[in-house]
Design a protein around this ligand. Structure first.
Ligand code: ZN
Length: 866
């Protein structure tokens, strides 16, 4: 049954106080709640509390136990009739954490208790008004066996603790801030902890602690360092200070997503918290840094200001992703960060927007809210905040954010509240900005440049086209900020003006508001090369009328790093696609492209990390997106040949870099990370030479001083194939078989091999260390195969689709949320040829017939378009 935004009604009852007492037991945890209920709507008669998968043991109102005929209970709710304006409701439920494989509600992971309540997991702990606009003040008491569960944690401040008889102990927590129940958390177990302290800018000391599996404390320091940097950054940039006197992070092995921002008690998938150079790659370190920041930033954008309803999810997620992207840009290299964010937007959100799963950042309806934690809500949501910043300007953005914090603190807000905080030049402009949240589909921009020599003028005409999406046949134009700059034909900056004879400048901030608009620039003494989306400040697909020659000039001379990188990417893609079509002579010449890419290495502002992005050709799935009906085999072959050509053309640079000493293995500064990224990009070009590159790659594997280098060599070996790959894998498995996070890499690197991945995936599904119960491991096999091995996933005989379908069916039986996410790998199925489509459809129908959950069925039905 679909839940609709248009059906929203304010809650009829409030829960002013929530007192909960947990008596923890692996099989029968008793949860006693005492809720102080206030009636808001005088006409409301029934209080309907959400609750599922629990045993209800007792209900009392104002101290009197109710008989079974005095309340109604079904699979999903408990209804109490005839409450007065104020009532104290007491409820006792019993739950079985050991049987909870879905990893939502209260469950056990590695023998430790933890909770996951977002979005609707609290209703599996106790009966409650499980909706984000029900804000309550919590007091939580936890009792557990002391020897087995020495650490007890919940939100807020610990106000009391002590020992009890029978070897049990307890602790009481008070959270002074109002919060919705999805931010509730409880943790109990044996942990190794690291502690630290942060003094806020107003002088308040905050106790910080990270709790990890015993023996893992040596891998928590980087997360702690990231946390302190995040706290300082949010004060400096958004004027946001931390508000409690304690902040805890707990690592959990079995976790459905990345991490969770529970108030004062963040819970993390251990893969996004634990890192040291021996076991984690630089990419892992950067992910830890970004996610620690993301969850911390939620304390203001999500927790202090929360959501009125789940349709507003983008209010906290899009905004918080924007904030963590900005944080990473300030901590690292802004251009490299922007490129990686855009790569991921294009790889994950654009296909979503193009296919059957398209939805606006604020969807209008859902069956299962867990299915809407999407690239559109997170990544496009972040881009929309960036668009707003461009539209109102940096200063107005800063003050608008402060207005938002001031006016919405302590409330459950909407996207209207957010957009309403900014000073737009008109109400129409504000309404237009809000439309970005309400409309699905990626705008396609078509740019035409006309040079008028007589007038020394250049007309840039931009059209925006938004293709219809499911249920939205007609689209309205969106306000699209464009930063436009020009080069002369020889690559000098061309300073033009918007008035004939008027002031000139390097860059112009324009806004496209209509379907089609012409922007005229004056003072061009010859043909100029426009860059119309400098910085990529809007989530659009850009189609320009630039020639290959123009792009070659941009690669060598464009001052905007994003545009420079993008010009190189589109040239490489054109060359590969032309070759795959058998028309290599019609595409740009790869040797000339390589010649232009070389200039990156002699720039005065040379940066190895940026250079790494520049020399990395597009990946196969990017090429699928750029072609009408992709031919996976032809594109794969053309891509390999292109890499060989690039390896040859850049031979001297590659040899120079690979022969010079590697950066210190434990250095994590931008220079070291950048150089390792460049070396990895070069190794991967070398690997295109096939098995003959095996010796060099195996030598690199053996010489590797940390996990980044190990994985770069292994990735190369996985592409080159042959005996050398097996030799390396054997050594890797012996060295790391007891380390779960590293062994996830052992699985995912093998299934990503474009030549041997599927065969290896079948074998790995019978590996003794394979388990469906751990989402990281399940994703390392099925998710990595579907996402990182597009050639074999889209195999013409349907074998790739069938393999992933088997995985989804098996995972669904234990964890529907994780299974439903894997269905997304089929989202582009209609873009392929008829033969592949029928194989994909058969796989989807087979999943439908062999699963039961709303999670998976909603995803399948939407993917099929039924
Ligand atoms: Zn988030």
């Amino acid at each position: 049954m679909a839940i609709k935004l248009s059906d929203y009604t304010a809650p009829a009852f409030a829960i002013a106080r929530t007192e909960i007492d947990f008596d923890l037991d692996a099989h029968a945890t008793r949860v006693r709640s005492k809720l102080t209920i206030k009636r808001i709507d005088r006409h409301a008669a029934d209080l309907v509390l959400n609750g599922e998968k629990m045993m209800l043991e007792r209900v009392a109102v104002n101290g009197r136990d109710l008989g079974e005929d005095e309340y109604a209970v079904d699979d999903v709710s408990l209804t109490l009739r005839g409450l007065g304006d104020e009532a104290v409701v007491e409820i006792t439920t019993v739950i079985d954490p050991s049987a909870n494989t879905e990893l939502t509600g209260l469950y056990l992971s590695g023998g430790r208790f933890c909770t996951q309540c977002e979005a609707e997991g609290f209703r599996r702990i106790t009966y409650f008004l499980d909706r984000p606009d029900c804000l309550s003040r919590y007091t939580v008491r936890v009792t557990a066996d002391k020897a087995g569960f020495p650490t007890l944690l919940s939100n807020g401040d610990r106000v009391e603790a002590g020992d009890l008889e029978n070897g049990r102990h307890y602790a009481v927590f008070e959270d002074p801030f109002l919060k919705p129940c999805y931010l509730f958390a409880l943790v109990a177990g044996r942990y190794d902890s690291i502690e630290d302290r942060f003094v806020t800018r107003s002088g308040k000391a905050v106790y910080l602690a990270i709790h990890v599996d015993p023996g893992q404390a040596g891998r928590a320091w980087f997360a702690m360092d990231s946390l302190k940097r995040s706290m300082a950054w949010d004060e400096a940039v958004f004027e946001r200070e931390y508000d409690l006197s304690e902040f805890h992070i707990v690592a959990v092995r079995d976790f459905n997503f990345g991490a969770m921002e529970n108030k004062g008690l963040n819970i993390f998938n251990s893969s996004l918290l634990l890192a040291d150079p021996d076991t984690a790659t630089d990419a892992d370190f950067l992910n830890v840094e970004g996610v620690v920041a993301h969850e911390y930033f939620h304390n203001w954008t999500g927790n202090r200001i929360t959501l009125r309803d789940w349709f507003q999810l983008c209010l906290k997620e899009g905004l918080t992703v924007f904030r963590d992207q900005e944080f990473s840009s300030d901590q690292r290299n802004r251009a490299v960060q922007r490129i990686s964010d855009v790569e991921s937007l294009r790889a994950r959100q654009f296909p979503e927007d193009d296919g059957p799963l398209a939805h606006p950042p604020r969807p209008g309806a859902y069956e299962e809210i867990d299915n809407f934690y999407t690239a559109t809500v997170y990544q496009k949501g972040a881009e929309v905040v960036r668009v707003i910043r461009e539209l109102v300007g940096k200063d107005a953005f800063r003050s608008g954010m402060q207005t938002f914090f001031d006016t919405c603190d302590g409330t459950a807000a909407t996207l209207e509240d957010f957009v309403g905080s900014f000073n737009f030049s008109s109400e129409a402009d504000r309404a237009a900005a809000l439309r970005w949240y309400e409309q699905a589909g990626t705008p396609q921009l078509h740019v035409e440049t006309v040079y008028r020599p007589g007038d020394d003028a250049v007309d840039i005409t931009v059209r925006q086209v938004i293709a219809p999406t499911q249920g939205e046949p007609d689209k309205t134009p969106l306000p699209i900020p464009l930063r436009i700059g020009f080069l002369t034909a020889t690559g000098e900056p061309a300073r033009l003006g918007t008035q004939a004879g008027g002031e000139v400048s390097d860059e112009h901030h324009c806004v496209l508001r209509e379907d089609r608009q012409t922007f005229t620039f004056h003072g061009a003494s010859g043909r100029v090369i426009p860059a119309v989306l400098r910085g990529f400040n809007a989530p659009v697909r850009l189609h320009t009328d630039l020639t290959d020659e123009d792009r070659l000039v941009q690669v060598a001379h464009e001052p905007d790093p994003f545009t420079r990188w993008d010009a190189g990417q589109s040239l490489m893609a054109s060359a590969i696609i032309a070759a795959a079509d058998g028309k290599a002579q019609d595409g740009p010449d790869l040797d000339r492209i390589a010649g232009a890419l070389r200039t990156e290495f002699s720039r005065p502002d040379y940066d190895p990390g940026f250079a790494a992005s520049v020399v990395r050709p597009p990946v196969l799935s990017d090429l699928f997106q750029m072609t009408g009906t992709p031919d996976p085999e032809a594109l794969y072959k053309a891509l390999i040949r292109a890499r060989q050509t690039l390896a040859h053309a850049l031979k001297d640079l590659i040899e120079d870099e690979l022969q010079s000493p590697a950066p210190a293995p434990d250095a994590l500064d931008n220079e070291a990370i950048g150089r390792r990224a460049l070396r990895a990009a070069f190794l991967s070009l070398q690997a295109a030479r096939g098995p003959e590159a095996g010796d060099q790659l195996l030598a690199a594997f053996k010489a590797a001083g940390n996990m980044t280098e190990t994985m770069a060599a292994l990735r190369g070996l996985s592409q080159a194939g042959g005996q050398a790959f097996d030799t390396a894998l054997e050594a890797f498995e012996i060295r790391w078989r007891d380390d779960a996070l590293v062994m996830d890499k052992f699985f995912s690197i093998q299934v990503a091999s474009a030549t041997e991945g599927l065969e290896r995936a079948h074998a790995l599904s019978a590996h003794p260390l394979f388990t469906l119960k751990n989402p990281n491991r399940a994703r390392a096999l099925y998710g990595a195969f579907a996402m990182a091995n597009p050639r074999q996933f889209h195999a013409a005989d349907g074998s790739g689709y069938a393999f992933v379908a088997d995985g989804i069916i098996a995972i669904e039986a234990v964890n529907p949320m994780t299974a439903a996410r894997l269905v997304r790998s089929f989202e582009t199925w209609r873009r392929f040829d008829a033969g592949r489509q029928s194989k994909a459809e058969a796989a989807l129908r087979r999943i439908r017939a062999n699963t039961h959950s709303v999670n998976v069925h909603e995803m399948i039905d939407r993917t099929l378009g039924d």
